[in-house]
Design a protein around this ligand. Structure first.
Ligand SMILES: [Zn+2]
Length: 344
């Protein structure tokens, strides 16, 4: 098999940043996706109808006039998010979901939520209006080991949210452990999960053995291979609860190669090729379309895209770095050979 065609995919989790970064990130996001959820962790974060509209307009300035690529906007929840704020953004058709970051969990999350119990009224209105909740599922308690933070979040917090808001649609973003796979799988139809290319292709040995590789550092952090294998099984299973979310998150090279490097991997340069690589390794290329193009749309209650994209077997080497504003970034799998190439 040297050529495969699938329904055009969507990315249910991406970071485009703002200002000059959009010159790089918007064209990259449009490369193989029709719709992208745009995460709101700017500085300051996107927390109101007004700021969402402003951010969306700045993104759309970089979209060519003949393109129908669609950014799906998300509101950043804080301790101060009000019901009114959510209602206003919802009534104006501006929000596709609300993102919960525990304060301090990752890049630009300092304004995140410090006390989940304070959000009861917000979750109530989201459940009532049918607004999905996208969750960065990690505790930030400094006493909890970084490799255990996702599991502890599920046990301590997510089970509570699920219990109290049974019909709130929840997406556990960028899952990284076997425990998360099982939690999502064993739960009802209101819970789903996204999986990134880095968590399918790499494990913590790739990041830490034989030298530290800061460009593989992301949050939640890469785990051991048994978890990577559980994620590969889930993604390639065809199960409706698991779908594509790249978490593509660019940082200038110098901010990654630093004494205190930033978390995040940029993958929009080759998103569908990276997933194809993982699916081919698992002998499951025939399941790629469900994961990339069908399951997410179904969970979010949207139509599948009508166009197709094609991938051809034509091995190529990922560039070692790319331009990023007035600096550079190192893309995911830089220098590696990928077997499939998007046909343009
Ligand atoms: Zn993210």
């Amino acid at each position: 098999m040297d050529r495969i065609s699938i329904i055009k995919p969507d990315d249910w989790h991406s970071h485009l940043r703002d200002k000059d970064a959009l010159e790089t990130t918007v064209p990259a996001a449009m490369r193989c996706f029709k719709r992208c959820i745009i995460m709101p962790n700017l500085s300051p974060p996107v927390t109101s109808a007004e700021s969402i509209k402003k951010y969306r307009d700045s993104i759309l300035k970089h979209r060519p006039s003949d393109s129908d690529w669609t950014p799906l906007m998300v509101m950043y929840l804080t301790d101060n998010t009000s019901i009114e704020c959510i209602r206003t953004a919802h009534n104006q058709g501006l929000i596709f979901g609300c993102k919960y970051y525990p304060a301090g969990a990752t890049t630009n999350s300092a304004s995140g939520v410090t006390d989940l119990n304070g959000l009861d009224a917000v979750f109530e209105i989201m459940q009532e209006l049918g607004i999905p909740l996208q969750i960065h599922g990690e505790v930030t308690d400094s006493s909890v080991d970084i490799f255990d933070r996702e599991k502890i979040f599920i046990d301590r917090h997510l089970t509570q949210i699920k219990h109290r808001f049974p019909e709130l649609r929840i997406i556990l973003e960028h899952i990284t452990t076997e425990h998360s796979v099982e939690f999502v799988r064993d739960n009802d139809k209101y819970i789903a999960a996204t999986i990134t290319p880095q968590h399918l292709l790499f494990n913590r040995n790739d990041m830490l053995a034989g030298g530290i590789r800061p460009h593989l550092f992301c949050l939640p952090i890469l785990k051991r291979d048994l978890h990577q294998n559980a994620l590969i099984k889930a993604a390639t299973s065809g199960e409706k609860k698991f779908f594509l979310g790249t978490d593509s998150a660019p940082h200038p090279r110098a901010n990654k190669e630093s004494a205190c490097g930033c978390a995040g991997c940029f993958s929009h340069h080759a998103a569908i090729e990276l997933y194809a690589q993982a699916f081919e390794r698992a002998g499951a290329l025939d399941q790629l379309e469900k994961f990339a193009s069908i399951n997410g749309a179904e969970f979010y209650g949207l139509e599948k895209n009508s166009e197709l994209i094609s991938l051809v077997r034509d091995p190529w080497q990922v560039p070692k770095q790319m331009d990023y504003g007035d600096s550079y970034l190192v893309p995911l799998a830089a220098g590696h050979t990928l077997n499939w190439r998007l046909e343009t």
